[in-house]
Design a protein around this ligand. Structure first.
Ligand code: AMP
Ligand code: GLY
Length: 423
């Protein structure tokens, strides 16, 4: 099978690595890829936001399967164009990708499907903002109603900060979504979806704030681990039954079936799991941890998803133990990252590349905000944490920073799901 992956981050590096281990894969490409991916796959250039160009590459490279990593090509209609060219595609249509591309659309689907989520209101007129904020009360949750790579959200008890963020969005012509605050730990559940059938992967947790102890601004994600030792045993079944399957069924009912990976971002509250957001693709960095534990060959699994044959696929096999990934970010991230610095140790096992490129002299240099995702595995979460931080100690990038507390509270047993009585 000739498999083409679209994207250039550590999520795509993790997908390419898993595909490279699958004997069914005879040729592998990742466009545009990065310096780490280039060691495993061809890396043709492509503008990922240009759906026609992505489909043209799928055809000219003679792909048997295209796996689209990021949301940008999906929201731009890349999967529609690839399928129209006759090539199976792992990734939703533009219409189904709106589950991520528009938070208002996602809320509408959830309401129709009876899926538990925060109460919300769209504000598009500054004159209505103050009254809306006072209806919600603190803590305020203020979101950009569109793609913002996790950076468009402000959660604050400070009314002036909430108002300032909302006014900034409105001034830029972006409608604002206000939400009620959800308490409880967060979890990410990835599900393979072939239009109707849902196959969940291991649950994971990601760390969105830049600094230890969840300090500082939101980022695209600074680390993740899987599975969740603190989660109730029936969490995955419960979320599939109450959240994912009803959403998939509602999208199919609307004539826009979802194919690919549906990512449920959840808060595990005293009233049960509630949806914070849906994404229409694998999450980054959770994928780097989840795929490190998947033993089932991935090419056939993704092809079965893309072609509506998930129901025929045997149950997934997972390694025992746990995986932890830690993102190494460039100086300045999530603001303006410093780039062009030489990275030492970037070719070691367990080091996945995100913002990297190979310079003409052969050196691997930083080329983005999130530069590497280092992955560790172990018999349990504590061992996986030790493994990942041991690997990170061998990576050097001037000015870089990473969190030192990924999965730490879980190892210490400090994460609990609020019980209904505490509500
Ligand atoms: P989003 O871009 O919607 O995933 O939001 C980014 C982050 O903001 C989430 O991972 C949560 O930590 C936080 N957040 C978003 N919505 C809420 C909410 N309704 N209540 C509490 N925290 C939230
Ligand atoms: N891990 C967050 C995201 O992929 O959006």
């Amino acid at each position: 099978m000739r498999v083409l992956v679209i994207g250039s981050g550590a999520r795509e590096h993790a997908l390419v690595l898993a595909l490279s281990h699958d004997p069914a894969v005879t040729a592998l490409a990742c466009a545009p890829g990065n310096a780490g991916i280039a060691a495993l796959a061809e890396t043709p250039g492509v503008d990922v936001g240009d759906a026609a160009a992505v489909a043209e590459l799928a055809t000219s490279w003679r792909a048997d399967l295209v796996v689209v990593g990021p949301e940008i090509p999906l929201v731009a209609g890349a999967a529609d164009a690839i399928r129209a060219a006759g090539v199976p595609c792992f990734g939703p249509s533009r219409a189904a990708a709106r589950i991520e591309g528009s938070k208002a659309f996602a809320k509408d689907v959830m309401t129709a499907a009876g899926v538990p989520t925060a109460h919300s209101e769209v504000v598009d007129n500054p004159a209505r903002l103050d009254a809306a904020l006072s209806r919600f009360g603190a803590p305020y949750v203020v979101k950009d109603d569109g793609l913002a790579a996790g950076k468009g959200v402000v959660v604050t008890s400070d009314l002036d900060a909430a108002r300032a963020h909302a006014m900034g969005l409105l001034d830029d012509g972006h409608p604002v979504l206000l939400e009620s605050f959800l308490d409880g730990p967060e979890a990410s559940l990835f599900c393979l979806v072939d239009g109707g059938t849902v196959v969940p992967l291991l649950p994971a947790q990601d760390f969105k704030r830049v600094g230890d102890g969840d300090s500082g601004p939101n980022t695209g994600g600074m680390g993740a681990y899987a599975p969740l030792p603190w989660a109730p045993g029936d969490l995955v079944d419960d979320v599939v039954r109450r959240v994912v399957q009803p959403t998939v069924d509602e999208l199919a009912r609307r004539g826009t079936p979802f194919t690919g990976l549906l990512y449920a971002g959840l808060a595990l509250t005293s009233r049960g799991p509630q949806v914070i957001e849906f994404n229409c693709r694998f999450g980054d960095p959770e994928t780097q941890a989840v795929l490190a534990l998947l033993r089932t060959p991935i090419a056939g699994l993704l092809l079965a998803t893309a072609t509506g044959r998930l129901i025929e696929h045997p149950p997934l096999e997972w390694a025992e133990g746990a995986a932890v990934t830690v993102v190494v970010a460039a100086e300045g991230y999530p603001g303006r990252p410093r780039t062009g610095d030489v990275i030492a140790g970037s070719e070691a096992d367990g080091v996945l590349h995100a913002g990297t490129r190979r310079r003409e002299d052969g050196a691997v240099v930083s080329a983005g905000g999130r530069v590497l995702s280092v992955v560790g595995v172990g018999d349990d979460l504590e061992a996986a944490r030790e493994d990942v931080y041991r690997r990170i100690a061998n990576v050097h990038l001037t000015g870089s920073h990473h969190r030192t507390d990924i999965a730490l509270r879980a190892v210490r047993g400090e994460i609990t799901v609020p019980s209904p009585q505490e509500a």
